[in-house]
Ligand binder design. Structure first.
Ligand code: PLP
Length: 414
């Protein structure tokens, strides 16, 4: 006997990519440039590294069993950051939990909060960060893929969801800025979703791990909690009722290896989630909590990081724009690039000819023909290009992408 739900899991996109590229190796002398993985490569803040390397503090911290709820100082640092950044008043005692990065937390929240009732649905964007789907399936729910199509400005098309589907939905994942589309969800759309959550009794899980990487100071990502705060006050509801936001130091502070983030929002959901996590056994170690508090309290390195991405996107954009139907993302660090040929062949040939790896959109989306929403896989015809490496490497890779497009049009896109 084993958990039959494991068989429902899809192969992870990187596994599918390895398979796709099996017979398409590059035989020339170009060095490989991977643009498929969104692993931040800018340097982490020095003061965080120094705090982690402090031997006296570490000796003391390693002798502590940390509490799942986290320590007061970290929760306070997070609540102060939320107030500075989004003008949200979050009670650090009841409405915040530190997590080991948003990946595990976005997965575990489904295990903690979904009922497991047959027929229950979890809404998610399509294409999407793959954890949402695995979380829904392993919690006994079915994913409802809500297309983010180009004609809808790559925003999730909630209008396509039927009343019967809303009734069956227990949780909706949203991601803003989105991976892979780079689109920011507007406060108006967030407010409509919260209204739907109240009408149909579901939880909104907002993945905001890219919130600090944006490209236009007039279009800064908001937080679901900023909107929920106003809705709750206006409607006389519990603070942030039905809403949870997830944040991370991985992209904001270039600390993907620290595994540090938090969830904040509805105190009733946080209470249930904490009780799940106590058994799950995922308390953040004391030295990581201390280093995390330092990172949340500093904004200088975040501003510098954002400028590095802006500079890089401007530079690679200049190289790519003459050759691709290029759209600048509103946030995050990906181009969601329209491909002149199908995305799978594009990715194979790009590897073989230019030794550059990108992620085909097909692997990040699902074919929705079977769930009565917009047919087809909305990831098709796109590749996700992660501009995480140092600028010099990104410039070389952008030039190779440009050369590739020139060669493609020379041979008629065959
Ligand atoms: C949309 C999205 N959410 C969550 C994560 C997880 O990030 P972490 O666990 O490092 O916080 C990622 C990582 O790539 C992501 O792209």
């Amino acid at each position: 006997m084993s958990n039959h739900r494991l068989t429902q899991l899809q192969p992870y996109p990187f596994e599918r990519l390895r398979d796709l590229h099996k017979d398409w190796q590059h035989h020339g002398d170009l060095a490989h440039i991977p643009l498929s993985l969104g692993e931040p490569k800018h340097p982490p803040p020095r003061f965080v590294v120094e705090a982690l390397a402090n031997v006296d503090a570490l000796t003391q911290q390693l002798g502590i069993y940390p509490a799942t709820k986290g320590n007061d100082d970290l929760r306070l640092a997070i609540s102060e950051w939320l107030e500075r950044r989004f003008a949200i008043r979050v009670d650090p005692d009841q409405q915040i939990l530190p997590v080991y990065g948003t990946r595990e937390a976005l997965f575990a929240v489904a295990q903690a909060l979904l009922s497991g009732k047959p027929g229950s649905l979890v809404g998610m964007p399509n294409p999407f960060y793959q954890i949402y789907e695995g979380a829904a399936l392993l919690a006994g729910a079915s994913p409802l893929y809500i297309a983010n199509l180009e004609e809808n400005d790559y925003q999730a098309d909630f209008a396509a969801v039927t009343d019967a589907q809303w009734q069956a939905i227990e949780m909706v994942y949203v991601c803003s800025p989105g991976n892979p589309t780079g689109q920011i969800m507007s406060e108006t759309d967030m407010e409509e979703l919260i209204a739907l959550a109240h009408r149909h009794d579901f939880t909104v899980v907002s993945d905001e791990c890219y919130s600090e990487l944006y490209y236009d100071d007039k279009n800064i990502p908001s937080s679901l909690l900023a909107v929920a705060q106003r809705v709750s006050q206006r409607m006389g509801k519990r603070p942030f009722e039905r809403c949870l936001s997830f944040h991370s130091l991985s992209k904001r502070s270039n600390l993907p290896g620290l595994r540090s983030g938090f969830v904040a929002g509805d105190p009733e959901l946080v209470r249930q989630y904490l009780s799940y996590r106590t058994y799950h056994g995922c308390a953040m170690s004391a030295h990581h909590q201390h280093a995390s508090a330092l990172a949340w309290r500093d904004e200088t390195h975040v501003i510098e990081n954002r400028l590095l991405y802006r500079d890089k996107f401007a530079a690679v954009g200049d190289i790519l724009a003459p050759h691709y139907d290029l759209r600048q993302p509103q946030g995050g660090f990906y181009h969601w690039l329209r491909t002149p040929i199908d995305d799978l062949s594009f990715s194979q040939r790009l590897l073989q000819e230019q030794h550059v790896t990108v992620m085909p959109g097909t692997f990040l989306g699902r074919d929705t023909a079977t769930n009565e929403l917009a047919g087809g896989n909305p990831g098709q015809g796109h590749v996700r290009v992660a501009w995480v490496a140092a600028k010099e490497d990104c410039l070389v890779a952008a030039q190779r992408l440009a050369d590739f497009a020139i060669n493609l049009s020379a041979d008629g896109g065959r």
